[in-house]
Design a protein around this ligand. Structure first.
Ligand SMILES: Nc1ncnc2c1ncn2[C@@H]1O[C@H](COP(=O)(O)OP(=O)(O)O)[C@@H](O)[C@H]1O
Ligand SMILES: [Mg+2]
Length: 400
């Protein structure tokens, strides 16, 4: 008998898995403590005038003039006398412009009288297709642009929650996640799990491993016809807080289970991320087929689902990779203008920042080679801004 068939092996492997988990968790704790001090995580960096101008649409010269005229709040200056703005101050300036600027309304891009909350699911059933990366970058970009954003983590793996600096397995082991609001027995109001984040205008409904219970509980609830059914549970939970937000961005898990379906059915629009490789596209085709079938079955039972938009995002794109470019072209030839024109480029700035739970918006510009950062900002901002037009159209507005 060799070691592989030794009867004592399974339990020793089980023990070693637990030991590995413990060692990894300890090391991660250590890493997270060192890579970002929790107290400094609580604040967002400040922004330069050029960034404020880009985010608000106020020209640099107008920004300067209005400061001189005393219209805007006084802000901090750096050692060279350049102004530095917090995200809150940028928002205050937006509101001054809205009150006093020509076409003032344009400075406030969020919901107006009669506009419904937009709920957007970022979805694909393949892991590693950039869902979480897309969700957090869109959520942060829109928060900086002046939308009130709620990020909802619907993945029990809780990557999005981790990106906000939480350790879900420690902080939300028992409660405090979106699961509390979705569960069938004694659901909690969604407001009780929503956390303000260090990012102005951006709140989070966290996830944790407990959320995986929702799959089995939903199967049981369906058999026993528990009301309300999974098709309505997130939508109902969101009703409680909808007045506080313009946009909800949902990060979905990499399966088409009840959790994903719950997210999709609470959504007004979908964004499907796809890495343009043969395997990823084949997997997405399968996903679409299954999703289509599931949606048809649900529609037979509950009536039509009225999504306002469906878009595809070419993610982790490497323009110099010929097969990838061909695959991206192939996608566009079939899915036409449903594919966002701007791809999300693959960039070491994104993956490196991700290592320390940061996005390209949180990185201190001095930390990265300027050319690398500019290139990736152009790509991610381009994606967000293009998709923003789709959102604005859903409110019956043209944004250009
Ligand atoms: N555009 C990108 N450039 C570089 N790395 C990326 C990019 N998008 C995602 N990644 C990296 O790929 C990995 C998987 O991405 P993630 O967003 O977590 O995928 P998913 O949520 O679909 O599983 C992460 O390590 C992330 O940092
Ligand atoms: Mg993810």
């Amino acid at each position: 008998m060799n070691a592989k068939t030794d009867l004592s092996a399974p339990s020793s492997i089980a023990a070693s898995i637990s030991a590995n988990a413990q060692r990894l968790s300890d090391a991660l704790n250590h890493h997270m403590r060192n890579s970002f001090q929790p107290e400094s995580r609580k604040t967002l960096r400040k922004f330069h005038p050029a960034e404020v101008s880009e985010l608000t649409g106020i020209s640099m010269s107008n920004l300067r003039t209005r400061h001189q005229e005393g219209d805007f709040p006084e802000v901090e200056t750096d050692s060279r006398g350049r102004r530095l703005y917090t995200a809150e101050e940028i928002d205050q300036i937006r509101h001054v412009m809205a009150r006093t600027g020509r076409n003032g309304e344009a400075y406030l891009p969020g919901r107006r009288e009669g506009d419904g909350l937009q709920v957007i699911s970022i979805v694909n059933f393949k892991g590693g297709s950039s869902k979480t990366t897309t969700a957090i970058h869109l959520a942060q970009r829109y928060a900086l642009r002046g939308y009130r954003v709620l990020a909802v983590d619907m993945d029990p793996q809780a990557s999005l929650t981790t990106m906000f600096g939480y350790r879900p397995e420690i902080e939300f082991a028992e409660s405090g996640t979106i699961y509390d609001a979705l569960k069938y027995e004694d659901p909690a109001p969604l407001s009780s799990v929503i956390r303000k984040t260090y990012f102005h205008n951006l709140d989070l409904a966290p996830a944790g491993l407990l959320l995986s219970e929702y799959e089995t509980e939903t199967a049981y609830a369906l058999q026993h016809k528990v009301d309300p059914p999974f098709t309505q549970r997130l939508a109902i939970a969101l009703d409680e807080v909808e007045a506080n937000y313009d946009l909800v961005i949902i990060d979905c898990p990499p399966q088409l289970g009840f959790t994903t379906m719950t997210a999709l059915l609470a959504s007004t629009g979908l964004l499907i991320t796809v890495v343009p490789s043969m395997l990823d596209v084949a997997s997405m085709a399968q996903f679409l087929e299954m999703a289509g079938e599931t949606v048809r079955t649900l529609e037979e039972a509950t009536g039509p689902i009225d999504w306002a938009f469906l878009k595809y995002l070419v993610a982790r794109f490497e323009p110099t990779d010929v097969p990838q470019s061909q695959m991206a072209g192939f996608l566009r030839s079939i899915l036409l203008d449903q594919v966002l024109t701007t791809p999300m480029l693959k960039s070491t700035a994104i993956s490196d920042a991700g290592m320390t739970q940061q996005t390209i918006y949180e990185l201190d510009p001095g930390q990265v080679v300027k050319k690398t950062l500019d290139r990736v900002l152009e790509s991610v901002n381009g994606v967000a801004d293009e998709f923003e037009k789709t959102i604005q159209q859903a409110w019956g507005r043209r944004a250009d």
